[in-house]
Design a protein. Structure first.
Length: 254
């Protein structure tokens, strides 16, 4: 595989995007609550509404449900990420108990319907793990929270792995992610400390693209993302910063 760095170009937009992965979690984790936007739940609730409305409109026309993101997996993940904020925004409304309960149920049902329609395994897994985190954080504190969280993740992974076992062989032959991840790992191994630069994954990856990836039915002419955010960061800015990013996400689970 080509170990030499592909010709790279500096992109201010890509650099700002990479910086956002670090600055936004750091701000939310460390800033006093008075500095956080007071209407953040409403803003993200509106984003949920627009995204879900777009998905419903696409579903009604019989086309692929990809929402605002233009990709069914990203659409489903956006639904999962904004769902708690939509519920919180509705809870803040000056309505009675019954309208709040009915509205919350409508938000949940619409979200579940679109998750089912999007057929995104990753989004369902994120939703399950999110429920475990919320439940553990609601009733537990300290080491008990960490124990339940880790146990829930292991149990969820075990159940999903057991349920998918009969299909894993066929899935590995069809899914594009496995050869895509293998190629990305090879790229990271050649550029472990600083990566290939923000926004340069597309230009650097062709020499690492495996024949198995190209043989997949869904293979695109160009690869712009490895379908894994940790691998994407490690490839573009290096393993140290990618690991730092993972560590910065821990406060969100605390």
């Amino acid at each position: 595989m080509g170990a030499s760095r592909a010709s790279s170009t500096f992109s201010y937009g890509a650099a700002l995007t990479c910086a956002g992965y670090f600055t936004i979690p750091a701000f939310i984790a460390m800033a006093p609550r008075r500095f956080l936007p007071r209407h953040l739940p409403e803003v993200l609730g509106i984003l949920w509404l627009v995204n879900v409305g777009h998905g419903l409109a696409q579903w009604s026309r019989g086309v692929s449900v990809v929402g605002l993101a233009g990709n069914r997996n990203w659409f489903a993940c956006l639904v999962v990420a904004t769902l708690p904020w939509a519920l919180l925004a509705w809870k803040r409304r000056p309505y009675g108990r019954l309208p709040k309960v009915v509205g919350s149920l409508a938000v949940l049902v619409l979200s579940l319907l679109l998750l089912w329609r999007a057929e995104s395994r990753g989004a369902w897994l994120a939703a399950i793990l999110g429920c475990i985190c919320l439940a553990a954080g609601r009733w537990l504190r300290g080491w008990r929270y960490g124990a339940v969280l880790v146990g829930g993740v292991v149990l969820t992974a075990g159940i999903i792995g057991w349920g998918l076992m009969p299909h894993l062989a066929g899935l590995s032959e069809r899914d594009i992610r496995i050869p895509l991840w293998r190629g990305t790992v090879a790229l990271i191994a050649d550029h472990p400390m600083a990566g290939v630069g923000p926004g340069n994954f597309r230009g650097a990856f062709p020499s690492y693209r495996l024949p198995e990836q190209l043989s997949r039915r869904v293979a695109a002419p160009a690869t712009t993302h490895p379908h894994n955010q940790f691998l994407a960061l490690a490839a573009e800015v290096g393993l140290p910063l990618a690991l730092l990013w993972v560590g910065m996400l821990v406060p969100f689970l605390a």
